[in-house]
Design a protein around this ligand. Structure first.
Ligand SMILES: Cc1cc2nc3c(=O)[nH]c(=O)nc-3n(C[C@H](O)[C@H](O)[C@H](O)COP(=O)(O)OP(=O)(O)OC[C@H]3O[C@@H](n4cnc5c(N)ncnc54)[C@H](O)[C@@H]3O)c2cc1C
Length: 504
């Protein structure tokens, strides 16, 4: 029996998850999570909701009572099909459907298995990281995969093909067709180019790499061209992921010193957003390191003010739950949106820069980050945020590979919809090559619900192998931190492969 720990702000809730049909983590759908609460009282709690008979399998994940009996939440059952009341009936119901991973083509399954094997081995991960770091920091021919074909082949086969969408439009379009063909509602696509400020560099020293004004303006123009190319590969309802630091030294300088965007950056952004609006593609602005983030927030707030005037958000800002002060920042932005009458687009992540970020800004323990993430989702979904009077229109992209956060957020949201309680619009996204079992479970949930259910997205990153190295490094670091979970993914993938072998 697996045991996952979840702690809400005031409560200590232990979540037990058990596979219904097999001991492996083969399908989120087959997991029933029983929650035993040892809380005294929690301000985070939902009002005690009693699901209607038709949704009895869904319960609020936090209970206000002391020692409530174990309850079950399930992840994926068609909303409108009624719910069997006995475990055997539930199992029988699940057996009617193929497992979520069945939507993945066999070649992708095999590649995922190989990559997940590499990532679940601490030795292989520890060997890979210095290689990727050397590639990022050195510009010598031998260590530049865009110039050294042998290195390019190795990095492509080992990491790139698993996590990235392609090096050119043709490859990326093919990946998008594959992803949408599997049943995903849409994709999020980002151009990988970015600037990372390490301990040994500063934003200003970065800017000296390109010395002349015309060269730094060229960097903005190149970024704009790359972003518009990215946009041209997207369609209605998809997301364009934008990373401001990719626009080069003038922009990183402005971001680091809390200045307005340079004129060329402003006009480039206007052009990009006008095109996005024309083709009904949404835009999210990635969160980056704290040296840049306050200014990224300010610029994005200005964009939301201009472009999010309808009830649906067109521009989203990213909030990193691992930062201790994120709830205050979010409360401030909610107040501004409420006061000025526009829709706040919220993409909630835990945060990917722990290796290079000021540590004191980040929660001391991973459990605190989990608690913060789930608490923020809970409050947004219930439209009750401390320090916010009233509540503006909010649209949430729950961006996470954490099965517990996804199941918990989704179930809370679903119960509110079913009970006609006030809530927000919510979508869910995972990165390509990560948490396929969760993503596919969400897709299946919606397919089985005949269109009712979560809108699932896959987030793709494209660019040359050299441009994607930093992104790849973050993915490897992330997996290194979650070896237990990677092993569970591995077991799910093996189970699916075995199912296909047996089926012939
Ligand atoms: C669609 C999508 C878009 C994303 N976009 C961005 C983005 O724009 N900017 C960005 O920064 N990240 C982004 N990320 C990455 C994200 O921030 C996380 O790094 C990643 O998703 C892992 O977090 P998780 O929610 O899957 O949970 P888990 O894997 O369960 O949690 C891991 C996370 O917990 C936190 N953590 C780990 N150790 C500790 C510790 N000791 N103390 C405190 N906290 C700890 C870290 O944030 C770590 O990433 C994105 C992720 C997705 C799925």
């Amino acid at each position: 029996m697996k045991r996952l720990e979840v702690r809400s702000l005031r409560s200590c809730v232990s979540v037990r998850a058990r596979p219904v049909t097999s001991p492996s983590w083969t399908s989120l759908q087959r997991w029933h999570v029983s929650i035993s609460s040892t809380t005294t009282k929690s301000t985070l709690q939902s009002p005690q909701i009693t699901p209607p008979a038709s949704s009895r399998r869904h319960v609020p994940v936090c209970s206000t009572t002391t020692k409530s009996p174990p309850q079950k939440i399930s992840f994926a059952v068609p909303v409108q099909q009624g719910f069997p009341s006995h475990q055997q009936d539930i199992d029988a119901e699940f057996k009617k459907y193929p497992p979520p991973l069945s939507i993945i083509p066999t070649t992708t399954l095999l590649r995922s298995l190989l990559m997940t094997y590499v990532l679940s081995s601490p030795h292989l991960v520890n060997l890979s990281l210095p290689l990727l770091a050397a590639i990022y920091h050195k510009d010598a021919f031998l260590l530049n995969p865009d110039r050294n074909p042998v290195l390019r082949f190795v990095v492509r086969k080992l990491f790139y093909d698993h996590f990235c969408a392609g090096e050119n439009e043709w490859e990326v379009r093919e990946t998008i067709v594959d992803v949408k063909g599997m049943g995903f509602h849409g994709v999020i696509l980002g151009y990988a180019k970015e600037t990372i400020v390490g301990q040994s560099t500063t934003a200003s020293s970065e800017s000296t790499k390109i010395k002349t004004t015309s060269a730094s303006e060229q960097a903005i123009l190149d970024w704009k061209e790359g972003t518009l190319r990215t946009l041209s590969m997207l369609g209605r309802g998809d997301f364009l992921a934008v990373k401001f630091t990719g626009a080069g030294p003038d922009v990183t300088e402005a971001l680091a010193h809390n200045q307005p965007p340079p004129a060329l950056m402003s006009s480039s952004l206007s052009e990009i957003l006008a095109q996005a609006r024309k083709q009904n593609t949404r835009v999210w602005i990635d969160a980056e390191q704290q040296i840049f983030q306050p200014t990224i927030d300010a610029w994005t707030l200005d964009l939301m003010k201009s472009y999010n005037t309808a009830s649906d958000a067109m521009v989203y800002n990213t909030y990193q739950a691992y930062l201790k002060f994120t709830p205050e920042v979010l409360a401030r932005h909610l107040r501004v949106a409420q006061g000025e009458g526009w829709t706040l687009g919220v993409k909630l992540v835990r945060g990917a820069y722990i290796a290079v970020e000021r540590r004191d800004l980040i929660h001391d323990k991973i459990e605190d980050t989990h608690r913060a993430y789930d608490g923020i989702v809970d409050r947004l979904v219930k439209r009750e945020f401390p320090g916010v009077e009233g509540f503006p229109n909010v649209q949430l992209m729950l961006a996470s590979h954490n099965a517990n956060s996804v199941a918990r957020g989704y179930n809370t949201w679903k119960i509110r919809l079913e009970q006609n309680l006030p809530t927000i619009k919510m979508e869910i996204g995972q990165l390509q090559g990560m948490a396929d079992e969760i993503s596919c479970g969400l897709v299946q949930e919606r397919l089985l619900g005949k269109g009712v259910g979560p809108r699932a997205f896959k987030c793709l990153c494209w660019g040359s192998v050299q441009e994607c190295v930093n992104f790849l490094m973050r993915r490897v670091v992330e997996n290194r931190g979650c070896l237990g979970r990677t092993e569970m993914w591995m077991s799910g993938l093996k189970g699916e492969l075995w199912r296909r072998v047996k089926r012939g």
